[in-house]
Write a protein that binds this ligand. Structure first.
Ligand SMILES: [Zn+2]
Length: 274
C-alpha cells in the first residue's frame, strides 16, 4: 500500500487545497497521512484560546474522517508564529515523519509561490522542500536513526498553492468534490473566522453582504462553501479543457526534475520483495 502525506500548516488548508485529491487517493487504496503543523489557537471568533484549540482539533478529526485519512499527526506549533520558529526546527519534525511513514507522495504548499502572504504557509513550504533532500542524509538528525528509522526520500511532491505558480498537473476530482465540500464544512470555527475577516474589510470599505454577516453570526455555511469550493474546482477543470460538469485541483508536480527523462529511460523496476 502506498502512502500519501499531506502537510497542512493549519487545519483547513488540507481540505481546501487538496481535499479532492486526498479523498480520491484514499478511495484508490492509498494510506493518507495528514500532518497539521500548528494548533490554530487564534483561529476563531468569540471563543477563548482553549476552546479554539479544542474546536479546531475536533473539526480537523471530522474533516479527516470525511476524506478517508488513515491518521492525523499533530505537530502543535503555535499558529501565526512560524516565522519566528527556526525553519530547521520545523524541518526536523518533517524529516522525522518522512522517515517514519515513508510517503511515496507528499502534498505541500508550493515554496515558489512568492505572492503567498501567510508566513506559516511560507515557512512550512520551505521546511518541507528542504526536508525532502535532508531526509536522505544519514548524518542529518541522527537521533532518528538511533530510533531505528532510516534515511528516506519521497518519490513525488505535489505542490498546492493559492496562486498556482507553474501548476502543471490537473487532477480530476469530480468523484470526490462532494467529500471536499463536506470536509471544508467540518472546519466551521475557522470558516466563520475567515468570513469575519471579509466582514471587517467590507465594513471598512463601507459595504456589507448578508450571506457573510449571517455566516459569522452562526448561519448555514453550506451555500458559501459550496459556491467557493465548487466554483474554484469548476474553473480549474474548465481551464484544463475538461468536459462540462467536471471539477479539478491544480498542482505543480515534481518527481526527479531535470533527470525525469533519464531515469524513465535508464531505470528498471525493483522486483517485488527486494
Ligand atoms: Zn493556512
Amino acid at each position: 500500500m502506498r502512502t500519501a502525506m499531506v502537510i497542512s500548516p493549519h487545519a483547513d488548508d488540507a481540505a481546501i487545497f487538496c481535499g479532492g485529491a486526498m479523498a480520491r487517493f484514499a478511495a484508490e487504496g492509498w494510506r493518507v497521512i495528514l500532518v497539521r503543523v500548528t494548533d490554530d489557537r487564534y483561529d476563531s471568533v468569540g471563543l477563548d484560546v482553549d476552546q479554539t484549540v479544542q474546536r479546531n482539533a475536533l473539526e480537523l478529526q471530522k474533516s479527516a474522517t470525511v476524506l478517508g485519512v488513515a491518521e492525523v499527526v499533530e505537530l502543535g506549533f503555535e499558529t501565526d508564529r512560524l516565522a519566528d520558529t527556526p525553519e530547521t526546527v520545523i524541518r526536523e519534525r518533517i524529516v522525522y515523519l518522512f522517515r517514519k511513514f515513508q510517503p511515496h507522495t507528499v502534498f505541500s504548499f508550493d515554496p515558489t509561490d512568492i505572492r503567498e502572504d501567510n508566513q506559516d504557509h511560507v515557512r512550512v513550504a520551505q521546511a518541507v522542500a528542504e526536508a525532502f533532500w535532508v531526509s536522505c542524509f544519514d548524518k542529518h538528525c541522527p537521533q532518528h536513526l538511533a530510533e531505528g528509522l532510516e534515511p528516506f526520500a519521497p518519490a513525488e511532491r505535489w505542490f498546492y498553492s493559492r496562486n498556482a505558480p507553474g501548476a502543471d498537473y490537473v487532477l480530476d476530482i469530480t468523484g470526490t468534490v462532494r467529500q471536499k465540500v463536506a470536509a471544508v464544512l467540518c472546519h466551521e470555527t475557522m470558516m466563520r473566522n475567515v468570513l469575519n475577516q471579509y466582514r471587517l474589510q467590507l465594513r471598512t470599505a463601507g459595504r456589507r453582504m448578508a450571506m457573510i454577516d449571517a455566516g459569522v453570526a452562526g448561519g448555514d455555511l453550506r451555500p458559501l462553501v459550496e459556491m467557493f469550493v465548487c466554483g474554484t474546482a469548476q474553473a480549474v477543470a474548465q481551464a484544463a479543457g475538461f468536459p462540462e460538469g467536471h471539477f479539478a485541483e491544480a498542482y505543480r508536480r515534481e518527481r526527479f526534475g531535470d533527470l525525469d527523462e533519464l531515469f524513465a529511460a535508464a531505470s528498471e523496476a525493483i522486483p517485488e520483495g527486494e
